[in-house]
Design a protein. Structure first.
Length: 364
């Protein structure tokens, strides 16, 4: 049975079948493959907090090497990676600069303020990608009356920017500008490997100039949990203290780490399949009635807007759900479709088969 989880309840939603046929709501909808589950079951494990879990240690070493960082730590979620990084680099009352559309602002339950007492300076960059000039304009002059600018955070890829890939030179210019003002830098790399596969740029090149960077083991990599935050040895040592304060160690975390190691070896190159499917879906949606526009499709995210004389996004999403296809409404007339390991071309065909009729329904 399909359902909707909220902060206070879980509400079942009717669908035409007991299971969703094609779930495009997010790339966190992936499930571990049989081979990944075998790797999980066979993992050598130990007490992570005591440094005794060899599989976790190997995953952190590999991620650190890929990103060009001294050390890394496995955390339960990417949100925890972001929140720990903000707390590392900022003090209560100081300010972090990031895109208005970023995950940090929109999807972390006010974590910067609640957990770190951190203010946010939101920038309106194109598709969630701002410039060095934007950073320069945002940095606060020294004043006892204003919050102190401490951090610049970027998101690669830009989720609400349609999975847009930050150009390497633009990322470097942003980092250089931040450093020129003594600011720290952080990269939300939830879909960093999607950017790498799309552009041909290495993870280490993208991460250069950023003090902390993390990658997600779910989303494109297809794991069931976990994310890895990388940075200097000093920063990761401090991150461990915050990890302990905010929930503690994962203990036999090698079971999670094993899925990450398997994904590094087997699931990165296949991201091209997700990108090709997204491009195909995006091209087909662009020609449908009542579609006002589709953001450029560079990776695995398709975001499109419904025309003013079309139905509301929630109505369209509900209509597709009844056909066994799940998407996400991201505003009154905006819908997001995300491709991943758990959907295929047949699912994309099903979406595109039923979407035109849903778009032509009278607005409710």
């Amino acid at each position: 049975m399909a359902g909707e989880a909220t902060g206070t309840r879980y509400t079942p939603q009717a669908a035409s079948a007991a299971e969703i046929v094609a779930d495009f709501a997010s790339d966190v909808k992936t499930k571990p493959t049989p081979a990944m589950l075998r790797a999980l079951a066979e993992a050598e494990v130990g007490d992570e907090q005591a440094g005794e879990d060899p599989t976790t240690n190997e995953l952190c070493r590999r991620i650190g090497d890929l990103l060009g960082k001294e050390a890394a730590v496995l955390l339960p979620t990417g949100t925890m990676c972001n929140e720990i990084a903000l707390a590392l680099h900022c003090e209560p009352g100081s300010e972090a600069i990031c895109a208005r559309s970023s995950h940090i602002i929109n999807f972390e339950a006010g974590g910067p303020g609640a957990l770190g007492g951190i203010m946010i300076h939101a920038l309106d960059g194109e598709r969630g990608m701002f410039t060095a000039a934007d950073v320069l304009a945002a940095v606060r002059p020294s004043s006892r009356y204003a919050p102190e600018s401490r951090l610049v955070a970027v998101e690669q890829t830009s989720n609400l920017g349609g999975g847009g890939v930050w150009p390497l030179e633009q990322l470097r210019e942003v980092a250089v500008e931040a450093k020129a003002h003594g600011l720290k830098t952080h990269m939300d790399g939830a879909r960093l490997f999607n950017a790498c596969v799309s552009s041909g740029v290495s993870p280490g090149d993208y991460a250069e100039g950023y003090d902390t960077v993390w990658i997600d083991l779910t989303k494109g990599l297809g794991g069931f949990a976990g994310a890895v935050l990388a940075g200097s040895a000093e920063d990761i040592d401090k991150a461990w203290r915050l990890k302990q304060r905010w929930g503690g160690a994962l203990r036999q975390s090698g079971h999670i780490a094993a899925t990450g190691l398997y994904a590094l070896d087997h699931h990165i190159d296949r991201l091209t399949e997700d990108h090709a499917l997204a491009a195909s879906i995006g091209a087909r949606i662009a020609d449908m009635p009542k579609v006002a526009g589709v953001l450029p499709v560079e990776t695995n995210v398709v975001i499109f807007d419904i025309a003013d004389d079309g139905p509301a996004a929630e109505a369209v999403v509900a209509a597709l759900l009844r056909k066994g296809v799940r998407m996400g409404a991201f505003g009154e007339r905006r819908i997001r479709v995300v491709t991943h390991l758990g959907v295929d071309r047949a699912g994309g065909d099903l979406l595109c088969e039923h979407l035109p009729a849903a778009l032509m329904e009278e607005e409710r």
